[in-house]
Write a protein that binds this ligand. Sequence first.
Ligand SMILES: NC(=O)c1ccc[n+]([C@@H]2O[C@H](COP(=O)([O-])OP(=O)(O)OC[C@H]3O[C@@H](n4cnc5c(N)ncnc54)[C@H](OP(=O)(O)O)[C@@H]3O)[C@@H](O)[C@H]2O)c1
Length: 361
Amino acid sequence: MSKNKHIKFLNKAHNLAKKKFGSTFPNPAVGCIIANSNKVISSGVTASEGRPHAEEIALKKAGDKAKGSTMYVTLEPCFHKSHNGSCAEQILRSGIKTLYIAKHDPDPRTNKKSIKKLKNNEIKVFLGLLEEKTNTLNHFFFHSLKLKRPFIKVKMAISNDEKIAGFDYKSKWISNSISRDFSHSLRFRSQAILTTSKTIIKDNPRFTIRKKGKIVKYIPTIIIDTSLKIPLTIKLLKDISKKRIIIFTATKGQKYKYLKKIGCEIILMKKNKENKMNLMTIFKKIYQLKINDVFVEAGGIFFTDLLKNNLVDDLHLFKSQKIIGLKGKPFIINQKISDLTLKEISRIKFGNDIYHHLKIN
Ligand SMILES: NC(=O)c1ccc[n+]([C@@H]2O[C@H](COP(=O)([O-])OP(=O)(O)OC[C@H]3O[C@@H](n4cnc5c(N)ncnc54)[C@H](OP(=O)(O)O)[C@@H]3O)[C@@H](O)[C@H]2O)c1
């Protein structure tokens, strides 16, 4: 087969992964195609919440037809055990003859061990074709593995004069409905939302993911609340049986007991003299909970703290034409956007708003 054919099948595998992105956390979204004589025999994509893996699904569908075929997979098959054996072992058992892998899996449990094992068992393995596509799609996974903390994205809707709310904290609808819909799709592509008690108190957000007004997903929500100020009547605590709520606090007491009793996960932290908790420790603990990707929806005070601690990887900025005025609440404390070193990844016009996807250096 010519190289173009291999690119075509690997692209198909990538497209499967792309469609599933957002549902496979904490695992990356991986796509797999099994082909023979230029024909697709079966396909698979990482199942919701990460298991079974794409290769396992595709092999099961292919059955005996896998013998002598070629597998195209967007990430190295796992070396670690699952109930059916590792994906590497399942590939060996299947009789697959050739394997195209876009990228090796840096997870120390695999990290090229599957490639070695398959090659040692006379399977032809080609690594690296379309690697950049896997890097881009599952950036959160590689980033969090490397830094041992989640990939941190911050969403901000700002006025033309860089404010996030009025002097009285009224912040409803800085951005327009097209921007807000897009913002919901960013939530959908995230593993958890992280916010502050103050944003909850001022906004009382639901933090559900909605399409055309209908809830399509409940996303785990992490609340930073040193003194446990959140009222028990907030919308976030409604329908708690459908949600995962994680609270970082430094305060024990009656409210703590009640929140635990209704099913919130509470992580007790130390606070410093300024009544703050250590943000890096918080993110390390979030990573230990197997949350590898976090979407921050909070105000300018928290954003400034994240920036100071080098804890912003991606910024999703919606800039509207509205002017809030000098007394409005700033999006960064004592700084302007122009003070940050930013790299623009993309920019889209949503009506009168402009959306910027930015990387912070
Ligand atoms: N336009 C937008 O995209 C957008 C998005 C979200 C929110 N908002 C608006 O932003 C406004 C609130 O913004 P804000 O800047 O005043 O507040 P904020 O950034 O949401 O929250 C500030 C609070 O976070 C807590 N905090 C910050 N760093 C901390 C740390 N290291 N450890 C522990 N706690 C920490 C503190 O709470 P304690 O005082 O409780 O300790 C602090 O007062 C609201 O009106 C909200 O509606 C706008």
